[in-house]
Design a protein around this ligand. Structure first.
Ligand code: SF4
Length: 281
């Protein structure tokens, strides 16, 4: 199989995993599809949208399935502005070490011995987050699950594998992204973290974002979105807008674990992720 075909096959497999639509080609072009390429139906289809893939030229087809994103133009889509949140910074004169932590490693050290909330009681490992210190994208989830608690790493297990595929689909190797959660210790039985637990833990997250200085933040799931934007609005209400956290764009989408439960959310997630990709450059 040629390099081109291998790339097409990989691309289409990613699209299929993400729930991408089939795109019907005019008669005749379908024969360009490879019969052995997953996702290609001889005689009917081609790869879906590539307009946000690096190298795509302006004006290429974009699917019309993302509401409110491109009124009047496919080349200069307008994404509505959303909420803007500027959380208070650390007090330079306080003894709190979190705002003064000078590196991601320093934050991880603080987290490792943290007992600021009840989630420290049953944890096996803290999960501070991992990835590139100069990442252009920060992914924020809710909290560690069972496998994360066992390994001390964020987004591992089936949901983590799906996240890795989502990132690969926008040509971002996982290692180039900083991945973390709102709370750094596993809530019992994977319950939603409670308000006081989030309040105790969120200074770590804000300091991590401050240090990484990403071009964009992807908030995966309602807890991440509501925490980052200091709102009680639902995830559905927060999607399809560009919010801001201290001026950094925040895009809201579904958590990969939710996608595993409801594959119908893969397509809207794919739309959201491509919006985030545009800020990375
Ligand atoms: S969840 Fe956060 S605040 Fe609570 S003990 Fe763990 S690191 Fe500390």
């Amino acid at each position: 199989m040629s390099d081109g075909r291998a790339l097409a096959r990989e691309f289409l497999e990613q699209q299929r995993l993400l729930g991408g639509d089939w795109v019907v080609l005019p008669e005749g072009q379908a024969t360009h599809g490879t019969p052995d390429t997953p996702g290609l139906r001889p005689g009917s289809v081609s790869p879906p949208d590539s307009s946000l893939t690096p190298g795509a030229s302006p004006g290429q087809h974009r699917p019309p399935s993302t509401p409110g994103l491109r009124p009047g133009s496919v080349d200069a889509p307008e994404i509505p502005p959303g909420l803007s949140y500027d959380p208070p910074g650390g007090d330079l004169f306080s003894n709190d070490p979190v705002p003064q932590a000078g590196s991601l490693a320093a934050i991880a050290e603080l987290v490792a011995t943290c007992a600021k909330c009840r989630l420290c009681e049953a944890r096996r490992h803290t999960v501070p987050g991992e990835g590139a210190a100069d990442a252009r994208l920060v992914v924020v989830g809710e909290g560690p699950g069972r496998v994360e608690d066992e390994t001390g790493r964020p987004f591992v297990g089936p949901a983590g594998e799906l996240l890795t595929k989502i990132l690969a689909a926008i040509e971002l190797p996982r290692e180039r992204v900083f991945i973390c959660n709102v709370v750094k210790c596993r809530p019992p039985e994977n319950r939603v973290p409670q308000y006081d637990e989030i309040a105790a833990c969120v200074p770590y997250l804000f300091r991590q974002i401050e240090l990484v200085k990403p071009a964009v933040i992807l908030a995966m799931g309602g807890t991440a979105a509501q925490t980052l934007l200091n709102t009680k609005q639902s995830l559905g209400a927060l999607r399809n807008q560009v919010h801001r956290l201290r001026g950094i764009p925040v895009i809201v989408t579904y958590h990969p674990a939710a996608l595993l439960r409801n594959p119908n959310w893969k397509k809207p997630t794919w739309d959201d992720v491509r919006i985030a990709r545009r800020f990375i450059g």
